[in-house]
Design a protein around this ligand. Sequence first.
Ligand code: ADP
Ligand code: MG
Length: 462
Amino acid sequence: MDKKSLKIETSSLSEENLLQWDRVQENLKENLGLQIYTSWLKNIKLIKEYNHYVVLGVQTRFFRDWITSRYADKILDEIKKHKLSINRIEFKIQEERTDSNTIYSQTPQNNVSDIKDSILNYNRLNPNLNFENFVLGESNKLAYLSAQKICTQLSRYNPLFIYGGVGLGKTHLINSIGLKLSEENNVMFISAERFMYQFIKSIKKNEMVSFKDFFRKANVFIIDDIQFIRGKEGLQEEFFHTFNSLFDKSSQIVISSDRAPNKLDRVQDRIKSRLSGGLVVDIGNPDYELKLKILKKKITEFENTFKEYPNLNEDVINYLAKDSNSNIRELIGVFNRIVAFSKMSKKQLNVNDCKIILKDVYKSSKIITIEKIQNVTSNFFSINLQEMLSQRRSRPLARPRQIAMYLAKKLTTRSLPEIGRKFANRDHTTVIHAVKTIDKLSQNNEEIKKNVEEIKSIILSE
Ligand code: ADP
Ligand code: MG
């Protein structure tokens, strides 16, 4: 497939792909009936569209709550039919009066504080991130079970601290907890960044009293990405007090972080010790099986939405599960991209097509050099780089050398002869042999497979 023509096609896709709100509304009218439509949905405005979510404007807080509790899912489903990438709706309250068709138009504006409103607007639980669609694997099982546990036995583990790398499902999991518990509790879900924003705003507006009240009212307090407080003394102070007062009245606290509590540098010790005082669980990198399961689930979702099968053969699916980085968010992104290309080119893509498409994705985010691969590999095996490149054939040197060649082929766009040259002027057939050997070994030899994966993840994360 020709790379250039693919590029042109994607850019034109993104322009055509803007959400046509009036068509969504038409469909809602058809599906939900005229009465519901005129009473509740007609006056919803599309305020802003992002890649993954839209901001809709409603007249009053009452409207927002009513629509959220009854129609949000249906609206989202309808939007997804027009634009699959949207997975969340945010509602914003607009001052404008309602029109006279609606019986509730006279509902007086509640005197809600600024804090509450902006928190509700920006920190809504996402109905699409729930326990039901969280795919289970070895790497996330413990975190998942712990999350479920606290939903049945509140404050049994307090706090619950979930940590893991980027895009591995932390937000998904703690959002699921929030959804589940919000059926019967006063749940507060906020990112640490947003918490800080509110905190600063409240100081400026002299509203610290209501800030404190507001947060301490929750009996389930969920805070995402706590690592954000690193190095921010004032924020830590406030967080510490919020934490204590919630904890003292046995409110369930759930925290996510990109690292373990003891690895949170520039965070006060007393906070670290509080954070690790309950149950600490991690989410690890997904293995091949989990990635495969997630892809299969995405395929089913696609089928249900579009009533057609995304034209991907088993090879491609296996390739995506095997060769993708260990980041579920990226895996889903890659899947969407491949499906979009396959739809546009109206043909079934093969593994090579995918490689071309994805190289663009990876290249733009990271430039991986052969030197870097050699350095990381020799460090990993604690051998001298010069020795690894030398002509010596002993296994402790030859294996790492082959792994480095293999990764050079897999992670860079260099040709086989180019790779050979960088390995002390070896012939390209030596590189082919290395790639084949490691390919085969990583299928039968757990140790080698694990080493290759680890080296790869170090290279990609640096
Ligand atoms: P994190 O907060 O750890 O960076 P997210 O929770 O935002 O990661 O997850 C990234 C994306 O991957 C989201 O779209 C999420 O729904 C999806 N995801 C992650 N883990 C799973 C899983 N186990 N099952 C289904 N989807 C998942
Ligand atoms: Mg997150």
